[in-house]
Design a protein around this ligand. Structure first.
Ligand code: G1P
Length: 904
């Protein structure tokens, strides 16, 4: 019982009696706005945004006490109440006993099918749930089968409680907002159209209608309605024991209008007699629309079984095609878990961080760093839309190098902050270039750097330390010149600005200031004196890489100069005297930010690319040397790590003392990734991480050691219980980035250990208690929390593709440089990946000479032959295959091409 079993290669899985586990839910959405979550007992919610919840909003804790979820009742032989979702008082009472129904969930990408069998009543129900790709409607298709030898008399009653308003009203005027409801029963269902959107700052006329419609499988209408909670559950009743089902009481007819009540999309269908072995079906459609008059015609498209099933097949195919990456390694279950991991970035694009039960943060929109990292994965799966996305996202950068922190719905829509807090996350400026770099490599499109885009403007100025009182709301959210027109700068100008401003924004130890926090959102209490060495490493790496790509643009496109805003010239100042003096650096930055605190001149300066590159490299070298000299913590010859932070007392956060070891993973990740840690140091870091952070049972490498201190001079994370979330849990995102960094630097076995541990832990269902995928973190008991929406997924997928399989673009050319270990191959010595590259579908199979490992370390690293569609390709390099962009472009787009790489 309980174990997850896969039934195909597209992630479809089955799990028995899932209601015996807590916290499980699946996302259901289409490509429009409706976003649902659904549990094994059909609880969960559904909404189009923060202000439009169809079903009552739920957070994780509500899942096990939320008994007013979707339901469908059978009143059997006039007296027995049985719920297809298991949510009835009787079924609750029988849970965990011999009487419990048999149940199972079969689920795939954006759909679930719950099967429930009542031996007592001889009935079997299936409930299929999904959202059509192009509709804001959730479909619930219930089939009932008589599995007994006798006839059964059934009154089927659907009940989907409609919340119909903003999540804010959950406990802010909950009752008052129900008074706004205007409820109407129609031929096929219940509609709720609130009169106003309640907001004491200014109520607005409401245009949205929420509805629950239903029909029998052949299109037959419901018989009678119970459109209010009162009417449905009755005096003293509950959603687990509703009066309408208990008594089979008479409901109201279509055309009934009721005002000012909490509403339920509840209705009974005509009584049926199911003969032994006979089957029937009912369709429920729950949706949200601003076009009330189209509800009837739109729902009529899904009124029969045939149409619902057709739509379901289309929906399944849509998501299957979307996740166009397949892994074939030595374990089918692993391949399937990877499928879900590849799906996760798509889910985060849809749900942001606000709309699944664990993710109840904020009110929608997507966080800046999350957005950029999700782009990494989307770049591999949906490259066509990513270019536009990248360019328009740069429009969120302010001219002082900070940025809007939330990206609203629709490209180019930015919001300063969820809670209007003036706050600067010092890592934010790091991510855009990381994504742009991957884009340039995958596509060879360096010209993106020269695209022009505007800058974000709001009241914040001087890098979050002041307000621009000259700016007025009516001026709009784009940076203006003194002439009053929008200023547009190239993408590379945005990148330079972000990274150069960071270079100067240092604290007293000459490391970059922590400001509001860095990647670790919970390091948020060291605003004055905190510094993040971890991200100083990261930015140093960026400065080097930016120079690399600029040189490429010079050599391939012959471009020698670029134009930047005149004010920016000062950012290219250089020299040891400036670099070594944190005060001077801050002064320069403040000089620059003051120049552009309101409108900018609109004038530009022309700079030589060669000058810029030397300048960036000099700055990067200085940063790297400074960190190497000042931040290494040595325990002994074999163990040591980098200090990654200074707290608000200006003290080093990480250190080694005999009985007090303070080590953080993030600091090591960026030291390794940026090239600051040398080989010997990487070894020492790995040893230390194994010694102080690794715990197999907990999922692998923890985010930090136990500081055993509340540390109000550093961040809220120390208020969290140790081993939870950002305080020392195995936090998947940073763990995966650790793996990525290790692979990048050639530490393959070490990297593999990280990846394997995470996946093993997730796949250990009895402990992780989560559906397939990778969680945000594992708690001390090994439970996987915050399902689906984590940056870890993007990085896991990327690491598998670009590092483990080593399949990646290098300025548009396809490179294959596998780093697979013997145990990752199947018994025939094969490991394969299918993906799109440059518009072509490629299946790349790595064939290992299993009996003949050459490398002492057990890593295959010699390429002996490469074939493309059966024809041998020349490979000049023994270490990696390079297939030129031109050659790929000659391949047909119509079929999948087989590339076979033989290694030993
Ligand atoms: C979450 C946030 C991410 C943040 C991280 C650490 O991580 O989404 O922005 O950096 O917590 O505080 P995720 O769930 O993406 O792994």
């Amino acid at each position: 019982m309980g174990k997850i079993k896969f039934t195909d290669n597209s992630g479809t899985f089955v799990i028995e009696n899932p209601e015996n586990y807590s916290g499980l839910y699946l996302p259901l959405a289409g490509e429009k706005e409706l976003k649902s979550s659904i549990t094994p007992t059909l609880a969960g919610d559904s909404k189009t945004d923060q202000n439009h919840f169809l079903f009552e909003p739920v957070s994780i804790e509500n899942l096990h006490n939320n008994k007013n979820g979707r339901n469908f009742w059978c009143l059997i032989n006039g007296s027995n109440m049985w719920s297809v979702s298991g949510a009835s008082a009787m079924q609750e009472a029988e849970k965990f006993s011999k009487e419990q129904d048999e149940s199972k969930i079969e689920a795939g990408l954006m759909w679930q099918r719950l099967t429930r069998v009542s031996k007592k009543f001889g009935i079997r129900a299936e409930v299929l749930s999904f959202v059509p790709v192009d509709e804001n409607i959730e479909i619930m298709y219930v089939t009932l089968k008589n599995i007994s030898d006798n006839d059964i008399d059934i009154t089927p009653i659907a009940a989907l409680p409609i919340y119909g308003r903003s999540a804010d009203n959950l406990r802010d005027h909950r009752h008052v907002t129900s008074l706004l409801h205007r409820i109407e029963t129609k031929e096929y269902g219940v509609e709720v159209a609130p009169v106003l959107s309640f907001d004491e700052r200014g109520h607005r006329k409401n245009e949205t209608t929420y509805f629950v419609y239903g029909s029998k499988y052949d299109g037959e209408k419901p018989k009678e309605f119970y459109p209010t909670n009162q009417m449905f559950i009755g005096e003293g009743g509950s959603f687990l024991m509703p009066e309408a089902v208990r008594t089979g009481k008479t409901g109201v007819n279509p055309g009934t209008k009721i005002q000012g009540k909490e509403s339920t999309g509840a209705f009974a269908f005509g009584n049926i007699k199911l003969k032994a072995g006979e089957k029937t079906g009912y369709i429920m459609l729950a949706g949200v629309t601003t076009q009330k008059d189209t509800i009837e015609s739109r729902t009529s498209l899904y009124r029969t079984k045939v149409n619902v099933i057709k739509c379901f097949e289309k929906t399944k195919k849509h998501w299957k095609d979307k996740v166009n990456i397949d892994f074939e390694m030595n374990d089918k279950a692993v391949d399937n878990y990877l499928k879900w991991i590849c799906f996760q970035p798509i889910l985060r694009r849809i749900y942001g961080c606000s709309f699944l039960p664990y993710h109840d943060y904020g009110k929608g929109g997507r966080g800046w760093r999350d957005l950029w990292q999700d782009c990494l994965a989307l770049l591999v799966m949906e490259p066509d839309m990513v270019r536009k996305m990248i360019v328009s996202n740069y429009g969120g950068v302010r001219i002082d190098g900070t940025n809007a922190t939330i990206i609203g719905n629709g490209q180019g829509k930015f919001i300063a902050d969820r809670n209007n807090i003036t706050r600067v996350w010092m890592d934010h400026a790091y991510w855009p270039f990381v994504t742009t770099k991957l884009y340039m490599d995958q596509t060879g499109d360096l010209d993106i750097l020269l695209d022009k885009v505007s800058y974000f403007k709001d009241r914040q100025s001087l890098r979050g330390t002041a307000h621009d009182d000259e700016w007025k709301f009516e001026d709009g959210n784009t940076q203006k010149t003194v002439g009053g027109v929008d200023y547009f700068g190239t993408v590379i100008e945005h990148i330079l600005l972000q990274n150069l401003c960071a270079f100067y924004d240092v604290g007293e130890h000459n490391e970059m200031r922590l400001h509001g926090a860095d990647w670790n959102d919970a390091l948020d209490m060291a605003w004055e004196r905190g510094e993040s060495v971890a991200f100083t490493c990261a930015y140093a790496g960026n400065l080097k890489d930016i120079a690399y790509y600029l040189r490429k643009i010079e050599s391939t496109d012959g471009i020698r100069i670029i134009e930047v805003a005149k004010e920016m010239e000062c950012l290219f100042r250089k020299g040891k005297e400036l670099y070594e003096n944190p005060y001077k650096k801050q002064q320069l930055l403040s000089e620059y930010s003051k120049l552009c605190c309101h409108n900018i001149s609109g004038e530009t300066a022309v700079l030589k690319i060669s000058m810029i590159c030397e300048n960036l490299e000099e700055k990067a070298d200085w940063l790297m040397k400074n960190i190497r000299e000042n931040e290494w913590i040595k325990e002994d010859d074999n163990t040591g790590w980098f200090n990654g932070y200074y707290d608000n007392h200006g003290k080093k956060v990480e250190y080694y003392k005999k009985d007090d070891v303070r080590m953080m993973l993030t600091s090591q990740v960026f030291a390794i990734m940026s090239g600051i840690a040398d080989e010997k140091q990487i070894k020492a870091i790995c040893n230390s991480a194994d010694k102080y952070l690794y715990e197999k049972k907990a999922g692998g490498y923890r985010l930090n050691t136990d500081f055993k201190e509340e540390k109000f001079d550093f961040g809220r994370m120390f208020g969290f219980a140790y081993g939870e979330k950002e305080n020392g849990a195995v936090f998947s995102h940073m763990a995966v980035m650790y793996a990525n960094a290790l692979y990048k630097r050639g530490f393959i076995k070490e990297g593999y250990k990280v990846l394997k541990n995470l996946l093993d832990s997730a796949m250990d269902f009895e402990n992780s208690i989560m559906y397939p995928g990778i969680p945000e973190y594992f708690d001390n008991d090994g439970r996987g929390l915050y399902a689906y929406l984590t940056g870890a997924a993007s990085w896991y997928m990327l690491t598998m593709i670009t590092e483990v399989f080593g399949v990646r673009g290098e300025l548009g050319n396809l490179v294959i440089k596998p780093a697979l270990l013997p145990e990752q191959f199947d018994k025939d010595g094969k490991a394969a990946i299918k993906l799109n590259f440059s518009g072509r579908t490629l299946k790349i199979t790595i064939h290992a000479d299993i009996d003949n490992i050459q490398d002492n370390n057990g890593v295959y690293n010699k390429i002996i032959r490469v074939e493309c569609d059966g024809n041998e390709l020349e490979s000049a390099d023994l270490k990696k295959v390079v297939i030129m962009k031109k050659r790929i472009e000659e391949m047909s787009c119509e079929r999948c091409h087989e590339i076979d790489v033989f290694i030993k």
